[in-house]
Design a protein around this ligand. Structure first.
Ligand SMILES: Cc1cc2nc3c(=O)[nH]c(=O)nc-3n(C[C@H](O)[C@H](O)[C@H](O)COP(=O)(O)OP(=O)(O)OC[C@H]3O[C@@H](n4cnc5c(N)ncnc54)[C@H](O)[C@@H]3O)c2cc1C
Length: 811
């Protein structure tokens, strides 16, 4: 066995084989795959192996399209063809108008990735799949590229091509230990000797945490038992004269594809079971769990009703095997949080369909540091410390039970809630708060009119519209209070802290004590990596001068990784996370200053404490750090307090606010107000696929600065000109917001993609942001938006429709 390699991929299922192949495609040939048994001997060998194009966002659709194109290429290899049925097509069924709305949105979204889904009615579903009845069916989504592949042949084909490019593959070679050297390279120990390598990749399927434990990492991945059966031949299929398309049924939770002259039917039963929670038998290789059809009786009936021909079909065989899930159903593909030179491609629950694309995006990240798409929806760092195995298994059960029921906008499912709370969570609940979840934190979304208020799940504006409007109007006219827990906060200290900050941000960042500034971090390609506020806290009896770095709640692990990996060995820079220790109370509205003055002895006048200031003070008797910054466009203060004194600060502010009509507000109001004000949101509008000029952040870039990360690449991009531009749109629609991913069309061609959409209650206008072709970006330019299948007129308008002069912030 080789003694050294650039990359060692551990695991020879579809995830590992695809990664190995794509590393060689990226030009790295000194790569090794280690497999404890045979290739495909984990989950891959017994997969139903359906390959679909459907995804909930453009990254997923794009990576699945890559799988399909790659698999076609492998299938058509003249010397080593493989079995891939890629023209059966497939239908996702719907029995509610809301599901159909969703399908119309996904069709609009996929169009931007060059994929043509079709929304069809019940009769057309039946015409394309003659075995189904139309009872209790409205229609469905047609995916023309659905099919199925031979998983064994697929993996062997990928490995053969990787080997031809120089890769080495060792089977029957279990990895037994991992050790990281001081220079962050790795020693991989196996039963047949050790390999030193620069980078390791965990692709170990349901054994992910056996290998994770070898490097002191726990991955939030849990396994579920999952079952399908194969039928004998069904005469109605032969009579149809063509292969049956795939079926996915969110009504009765099963999928189905043709297998030989019969069907393969897989089930997502409510009475589902986790697997391997207390360890996995080392001899579970090429193995299955015991058959258990009793468990799926609830869903079996639905399948029989939909396809009566099944009643007479004999069962040929049953397959019950482990399948992995994460907390949100999407896999973990990318850098392992907190580890250098370590990546993973794990938690794949549709690994055959997606594996080609995931391996492609991972190899790009390993070789180039970034992939062609923004991969946040797959990034392992999107879950943080709360994501333990017990929580993951609860979410896995919930995801499994809802496998084909996509999330609606603002739908927050109940499993494993309250992972992270503050002393105010019960107080807010008693005030009838509805909660959303951000990075595990329970955050107030809006205040419900009654305890039993449950808005409908819909892609249209729902019953919360007027509630959010009222919260905003009270902020506009009086003052509101909002708890922002889990906001990401790092304290940066050290002799080189200022230089470090300057290098990390692409624009000028103020270092004046007592001042706050907003800035952007770019990656090595000059694309937008992160957004953060920098607050310079003067020395006081609470500590010496220090910098507070504040960014989106979800970016906790992501930003920490990015910052720490850029501290030079000779730099004196220390980063401490305060994210889980501090909470923000926002006081926003024209009477905010009066509220602050009523509970604090400091001078809050605009002359002494103007916009973009920071100070340490007392709110009542609670020590707080206050910033005059605003995401709402109103005069506002962020009151940062340690969690231990949060309740006391809240009481002081609430008491002070009474006489000024202060009311609670939540994240839905914030989302609407920030769009009216022209502010952007990380990973909605701020993406690694665009540079800061394309994103309209010109005033936050200083190309004359000595140096900053991404500068050289950005200079080159400037010469080449923008590929797209972010614009604000007025949307001529009263009944639905624009949903992220929806396509803008002109003359039948996609000219842009929505990133955010909300109703602006203060400007009384439906607003959206979108990346569009540069020639479409001029104010006044009109386009058509495919919004839930309706063709809606939109017009480019300047950003910041509300209070363009900033008079309310500066008041
Ligand atoms: C019943 C069923 C039906 C399914 N149907 C579909 C479908 O229709 N379409 C679809 O897309 N997906 C489907 N899936 C899911 C899909 O099969 C999986 O997502 C995919 O196979 C996972 O591949 P993997 O490479 O991540 O894991 P695995 O295939 O489990 O591979 C992991 C590999 O790592 C190796 N390994 C583990 N530990 C070590 C070690 N210490 N050293 C070296 N090697 C190690 C294992 O031996 C194994 O070969 C189905 C799954 C099930 C259970």
């Amino acid at each position: 066995m080789k003694k050294n390699a650039r990359v060692v991929v551990i695991g020879g299922g579809i995830a590992g084989c695809s990664t190995l192949y794509h590393l060689t495609q990226e030009g790295w040939s000194d790569v090794v795959l280690l497999e404890r048994n045979d290739l495909t001997s984990g989950t891959t060998w017994h997969s139903a192996a359906q390959v679909t194009n459907f995804g909930m966002n453009q990254t997923m659709v794009g990576l699945k399209t890559h799988s399909i194109n790659l698999y076609k290429e492998l299938a058509n290899d003249p010397d080593h063809p493989i079995n891939y049925n890629h023209s059966d097509g497939g239908i996702r069924l719907a029995n509610t108008e809301e599901q159909m709305q969703g399908y119309r949105h996904f069709a609009s979204m996929a169009k931007g990735m060059g994929v043509d889904f079709e929304v069809i009615d019940a009769k057309e579903c039946q015409r394309r799949h003659p075995l189904i009845s139309t009872k209790n069916l409205i229609g469905g989504l047609w995916d023309p590229h659905d099919g199925d592949i031979d998983p064994y042949q697929l993996c062997h084909s990928l490995v053969r091509k990787a080997r031809e490019a120089g890769a080495k593959v060792y089977t029957d070679t279990p990895v037994t230990a991992l050790e990281q050297y001081k220079d962050n390279t790795w020693k991989v120990s196996t039963e047949h000797g050790d390999i030193d390598c620069d980078i390791i990749v965990n692709a170990c399927g349901y054994r992910v945490n056996e290998v994770g434990a070898m490097m002191g990492v726990h991955h939030p991945v849990a396994s579920m038992e999952h079952q399908y059966f194969l039928t004998e031949d069904i005469p109605e299929i032969a009579q149809a004269g063509h292969r049956m398309p795939l079926l996915r049924c969110p009504i009765s939770d099963y999928y189905c594809r043709q297998d030989k002259g019969g069907l393969l039917i897989g089930f997502y039963e409510q009475n589902c079971k986790t697997w391997g929670m207390d360890g996995i038998d080392p001899n579970f290789v090429n193995a299955l769990c015991p058959d258990d059809l009793e468990r799926v009786v609830d869903v079996l009936d639905g399948a029989f009703e939909r396809m009566p021909a099944l009643m007479n079909a004999g069962i040929r065989s049953i397959v019950n095997g482990p399948i992995t899930y994460t907390i949100d159903g999407a896999p973990l593909v990318g850098k392992i949080p907190g580890k250098e030179n370590a990546f993973c491609i794990i938690g794949l629950r549709a690994g055959l369909g997606e594996g080609g694309g995931h391996g492609w995006l991972l190899a790009q990240q390993i070789v180039n540091g970034e992939a062609c798409y923004d991969t946040w929806c797959l990034d392992p760092r999107r879950f943080t410390a709360h994501a333990n195995v017990e929580m993951t298994s609860l979410k896995a059960i919930e995801d499994y039970q809802n496998e084909f029921r996509f999330h609606f906008p603002h739908e927050h499912r109940p499993a494993a809630r309250k992972a992270k709370t503050t002393s105010l969570t019960p107080i807010m609940a008693a005030e009838n708060a509805a909660f959303t979840v951000i990075n595990g934190w329970e955050r107030v979304e809006y205040i419900k009119p009654s305890e039993d208020f449950h808005p409908s799940l819909s892609f249209h504006f729902d019953e919360t519209f007027d509630i959010v409007a009222k919260e905003i109007i009270n902020i506009r006219d009086n003052v509101g209070l909002c708890e922002v827990n889990g906001f990401n906060r790092f304290e940066i200290t050290g002799l080189d802290a200022e230089n470090f900050i300057d290098r990390m941000f692409c624009g000028n960042i103020t270092h004046k004590p007592g001042r706050v500034g907003l800035g952007y971090l770019l990656n090595d390609f000059g694309m937008v990596k992160s957004e953060a506020t920098i607050a310079n806290i003067p020395a006081s009896d609470r500590g010496s001068t220090r910098i507070w770095y504040g960014s989106a709640a979800a970016s906790e692990f992501h930003d920490m990784d990015w910052l720490t990996q850029h501290i030079n060995a000779d730099e004196d820079v220390h980063i401490k996370s305060l994210t889980n220790d501090q909470t923000i109370l926002i006081i926003a509205g024209p009477k905010a200053r009066k509220v602050m003055s009523a509970c604090s002895r400091d001078n809050w006048s605009k002359e002494v404490f103007p916009w973009l200031s920071v100070r340490e003070c007392f709110i009542g008797f609670t020590a707080a750090t206050v910033m005059s910054v605003s995401f709402s466009g109103e005069l506002a203060y962020e009151v940062h307090v340690p969690n231990s004194s949060l309740y006391a600060a809240y009481l002081a502010l609430s008491e002070a606010g009474k006489e000024f009509g202060m009311k609670l507000f939540g994240s839905r109001a914030v989302e609407s107000m920030r769009m009216e004000k022209g502010f952007l949101s990380w990973k909605s509008d701020l993406l690694t696929e665009f540079d800061p000029f394309e994103t309209g952040l010109d005033r936050f870039v200083n190309l004359k600065k000595d140096n900053f990360i991404g500068k050289t690449a950005l200079q080159k991009r400037v010469k080449d000109g923008p590929k797209q531009r972010l614009v604000c749109l007025g949307v001529d629609c009263k009944h639905a917001p624009s949903h992220s991913g929806a396509s803008l069309i002109e003359n039948g061609k996609v000219v842009g993609t929505i990133t955010s959409g909300e109703w602006g209650h203060r400007v009384n206008q439906n607003l959206a942001y979108a990346f569009v072709n540069p020639e479409k970006s001029k104010p006044g330019n009109k386009m058509t938006l495919n919004l839930l299948g309706e063709m809606i007129s939109v017009k480019v308008i300047p950003f910041g429709a509300y209070d363009r002069s900033y008079s309310r912030l500066l008041a």
